[in-house]
Design a binder for this molecule. Structure first.
Ligand code: OXD
Ligand code: MN
Length: 601
């Protein structure tokens, strides 16, 4: 058996932050015996360790140095071109029965899957260092905070995890020595980065994740999609809270009245931009602050819903990010940032499609090839990413570390829809809002491999992330209502509706403040609205559009409910529910009947 001696290659004092918890030590020993690494490196997350790992990564071409004057403390990583996005087709939920995983997850039998994965991991870390990363998800003093340990043979993963989570001693301390303490086991190995040996497997009953064959963020930063959402949603149902694919933002009026809003959008639909929104000139004195840009963990306390952001950084889509679209993101990523799959300019700066200014005359593209503005290929991969600490965000909310979380006034469900869905509307009540979330759809993006631009139902933006049966998930949402006496209002938004000319009708970005303001007005019971078959819609004068250069015809189109399009939409709701094979709660089926009836009135 491999012993747990500290790693031999780093200078002394680095890479030997071994915890005292015997169950962790036994598990690490078991994985080391199987994967046969050359070294074991116990990460402590210190600056010294980080500097050492960056230096090693630069030597081994895992990282490329950038112009330290232009982007201080920042580096570029190029992933394998076959490994640039989440792989939903190779992502599995391994519950004891297929029924527990439900109709929307790939299921595989836990015993057989462990055997297969153990086979793949056997000797897989030969000649490599095995890093052990202790981390917590959530503010240090939150009751919702979870402890995880990720084993990985990728330095890139360690460097990302240090930004995305609170890593090191803090986790070891929180876990303590109790052999029964709850903690997540995550094992990751690059293997040979072969798409045919790429599996992202979750064992919710064992609080375990095993990911092999990929180096791409969403597949390998096991804290994020795997723990905070898939395993998180399973634990949330069992423990009575919610783990959601939602940003959390604060919005404060010039008088100092503050609300918090949580919003679910599918991947690459602008969650980070919305969470960092800067209100337009007309909204002078209004302030939007970021609690989180991707994941919300929410619990009911005294009849209200409170949310924390379990993460510590942002893993955002780069293309399209500019001082015009998201100045706060640009400031955040101007230093201390890890870039993945963007282009490298001749003066060692980063570049991507949609960045401010003219494209460079020459660059090295994300695959490492020469690129000019005449090239057919994109310079940056459409799913290229930044990893940046949330502390870099100038709009970071002052309560982001509050263990009790922030009180949520509104929940928004949003998708990317060229047609059918109006700019904004409000659900009639909680149950109707759950129906709205359960039937939401969006055009697919480059965040996952597969076709882009295809409308797919993505309930609560959780289709790829719900770690158990989606019918039970809907029921869990419905049940939460019984514990809420001051429940958030629920809304739908769609920034992406297009006119007959194929152009977006709504300017988006900072101007989304106008929609947010109406949502806040509705929460304060001051905003006007008209009753429609799908919910409460702003009337022609209810949205504050002052000083916005927009045609009245566009506004009418943005808010219109086309009955023909909605007949098709409602038919698709039925098809979607039918495709789930009888797991949809009765209450949601009734909601659909009521929607049909309202269109007939
Ligand atoms: C993400 C995603 O990376 O949703 O956040 O894919
Ligand atoms: Mn996401």
């Amino acid at each position: 058996m491999k012993n747990l001696a500290p790693a031999i290659f780093p200078p002394s004092g680095i890479g030997d932050a071994k915890p005292a918890n015997q169950t962790v030590l036994d598990w690490v020993n078991e994985i080391a015996t199987l994967a046969e690494p050359e070294n074991i490196f116990w990460c402590d997350g210190s600056d010294r360790e980080n500097e050492f790992l960056i230096a090693e990564s630069l030597k081994q071409n895992v990282l490329i140095n950038l112009n330290q004057k232009k982007v201080p403390n920042s580096h570029l990583h190029r992933s394998d071109p076959n490994d640039v996005a989440r792989v939903e087709q190779f992502t599995f939920v391994c519950t004891p029965t297929k029924e527990e995983a439900g109709p929307t997850n790939n299921w595989s039998e836990p015993g057989e899957t462990y055997t297969k994965l153990r086979g793949l991991l056997k000797g897989a870390m030969g000649g490599r260092t095995m890093f052990v990363i202790p981390y917590i998800m959530g503010p240090p003093d939150s009751p919702l905070t979870k402890v995880g340990f990720e084993i990985t043979d990728s330095k890139y993963v360690v460097l990302n995890m240090r930004i995305m989570t609170r890593m090191g001693e803090i986790a070891v301390k929180r876990l303590g020595n109790d052999p029964n303490a709850e903690w997540n086991r995550g094992v990751h190995s690059l293997l040979d980065v072969n798409p045919e040996r790429r599996f992202i497997c979750h064992f919710p009953q064992d609080n375990t994740i095993i990911s092999v064959g990929s180096g791409y963020g969403g597949n390998v930063l096991l804290s994020k999609k795997c723990l905070a959402l898939r395993i998180g949603s399973y634990l949330a149902r069992k423990q009575g809270w919610l783990a959601e694919h939602m940003l959390i933002l604060g919005v404060e009026s010039p008088e100092g009245k503050k609300h918090y809003v949580a919003a679910a959008f599918p991947s690459a639909c602008g969650k980070t931009n919305f969470a960092m929104l800067i209100p337009p000139e007309h909204f002078k004195g209004w302030k939007v602050t970021t609690v989180g840009d991707d994941i919300a963990w929410m619990q009911v306390r005294d009849g209200r819903l409170y949310a924390i952001n379990p993460e510590n950084g942002y893993f955002g889509v780069v293309p399209g990010t500019s001082y015009k679209s998201n100045p706060n993101a640009m400031r955040s990523i101007s230093h201390d940032t890890l870039y993945t799959n963007v282009a490298l300019t001749d003066d060692d700066d980063v570049w991507w499609e949609g960045k401010d200014g003219d494209p460079p005359a020459h660059a090295i593209d994300w695959r490492g090839n020469d690129w000019t503005p005449n090239s057919k290929e994109k310079a940056a991969h459409p799913n290229s990413r930044f990893t940046t600490p949330m502390l870099n965000n100038p709009a970071l909310d002052s309560d982001v570390e509050k263990g009790g979380g922030v009180p949520i006034s509104a929940i928004i469900f949003g998708g990317r829809r060229s047609d059918t869905v109006p700019l904004v509307f409000q659900a009639f009540d909680w149950t109707n809002g759950v129906y709205l979330g359960a039937t939401m759809a969006s055009e697919t993006t480059a965040a996952a491999t597969g076709a882009v631009g295809k409308v797919r139902r993505d309930p609560m933006a959780m289709l790829p992330f719900c770690g158990y049966n989606i019918g039970d998930y809907f029921q869990h949402w419905l049940d939460i209502r019984n514990r809420l006496t001051n429940s958030p209002r629920i809304f739908s938004v769609n920034w992406f509706r297009k006119g007959v000319d194929g152009k977006f009708l709504w300017p988006g970005f900072g101007e989304n403040m106008r929609v947010l303001k109406w949502i806040i007005d509705r929460c304060e019971e001051s905003g006007g609205a008209l009753k429609s078959p799908i919910g409460w819609l702003p009337g022609p004068h209810d949205l504050d559009l002052a000083e916005l250069d927009i045609d009245h015809k566009c506004v009418a189109e943005l808010l219109c409910i086309d009955h023909e399009e909605w007949q098709k939409e409602i038919t698709e709701h039925k098809q979607f529910f039918d495709s789930l094979g009888g797991v949809v709660p009765e209450e949601l089926l009734e909601q659909r009947e009521e929607l049909v009836a309202r269109f007939k009135q």
